[in-house]
Design a protein around this ligand. Structure first.
Ligand code: ASP
Length: 305
């Protein structure tokens, strides 16, 4: 019997200021519409999360694709992962500098390569060999981010900034989906953290940290301060709570409690199981999220536990 599809997306978790709320809601809603079209016509969860994430990578509101935060050297360096819950196949790219849509490269790795993870030039070469266009790094840099980095570095030189304050924006994007065949998938894409050291890789593109999908447990995508999330392998930790018999709503909230209590981390998470139950939780002041089921669609910037 066909399953009713479900799609959940996020566009980062942080103390998002009021004047950025509309752009975030618009962005996640657009991503939701595109991903839903795939599911609605019987497409796979894998295609749906890829297409939803591409929309947010293309939207300069978010820290993914063009418009991402700049690293210490003023460059955009992108990470992305996509994972198929039916087969456990996954594709990840790290520290790519010449791809507008790193999730597309991650998908090529998942579909076309015997390997799972590529970084830097090797990832870009593989993407180009599979027909994805390469761009200049400057094409990914926007004036807003040049100004933001300059301001951040000036402030840090004077006062020493708290790199990991929850007020620092975390605009990573992600999606989890359930398709009509009962399969789930997840994808996460990011420009990482502002002023990061070149070559630094965060949680987003690491299997089990910022993204995970297994039909036997759940599809998960996280956002937030990457280092603590990595230490807890948080996406897999959350999926394990589901396979132990807990509901995604509970597991999502529990993951945020665990993140705070164990390593003083902050962020947000979306979780979906193959039965179509899902959870959205964050321990930051706000998180951009949206979901759609056959019955209902909602988007918001805060989610009560
Ligand atoms: N988790 C991402 C990272 O640390 C950042 C984010 O979610 O905004 O790379």
């Amino acid at each position: 019997m066909p399953t009713d599809p479900v799609l959940v997306v996020h566009g980062g978790a942080w103390a998002m200021p009021d004047d950025m709320v509309d752009a975030h809601i618009r962005g996640v809603t657009n991503a939701l519409a595109t991903g839903w079209r795939v599911l609605d016509r019987g497409g796979s969860a894998l295609d749906a999360v890829e297409e939803a994430v591409v929309i947010m990578e293309d939207d300069e509101t978010f820290d993914a694709g063009r418009g991402s935060f700049l690293n210490r050297d003023g460059k955009v360096q992108l990470d992305a992962l996509i994972m198929d819950g039916a087969t456990l196949r996954a594709g990840g790219v790290g520290c790519v500098e010449h791809l507008r849509n790193p999730v597309r490269a991650a998908r090529k790795i998942l579909s076309e390569s015997p390997h799972v993870y590529f970084v830097g030039e090797g990832a870009e070469k593989l993407a180009a060999e599979h027909g994805l266009p390469l761009c200049k790094n400057e094409d990914l840099v926007i004036p807003r981010e040049v100004a933001r980095l300059r301001e951040y570095q000036a402030e840090a030189a004077q006062h020493g900034n708290d790199l990991f304050a929850p007020t620092i924006s975390h605009d990573t994007v992600g999606a989890v989906a359930l398709d009509r065949n009962g399969n789930i998938a997840a994808a996460t894409s990011t420009g990482g953290t502002l002023n990061k050291a070149p070559g630094r890789l965060g949680d987003s593109s690491l299997i089990g940290c910022g993204c995970y999908a297994d039909n036997l447990s759940a599809a998960v995508s996280t956002t937030g301060w990457g280092e603590p999330i990595m230490k807890l392998v948080l996406a897999k930790w959350t999926a394990d709570r589901i396979s132990a018999g807990n509901l995604p709503e509970w597991a999502a909230q529990e993951a945020m409690n665990h993140l705070k209590q164990r390593v003083n981390g902050h962020g947000g998470i979306i979780v979906l199981n193959p039965q179509g139950h899902f959870g959205v939780a964050h321990n930051t002041p706000r998180m951009a999220w949206a979901y759609k089921t056959v019955q209902k669609q909602e988007a918001g910037i805060a989610r009560e536990a």
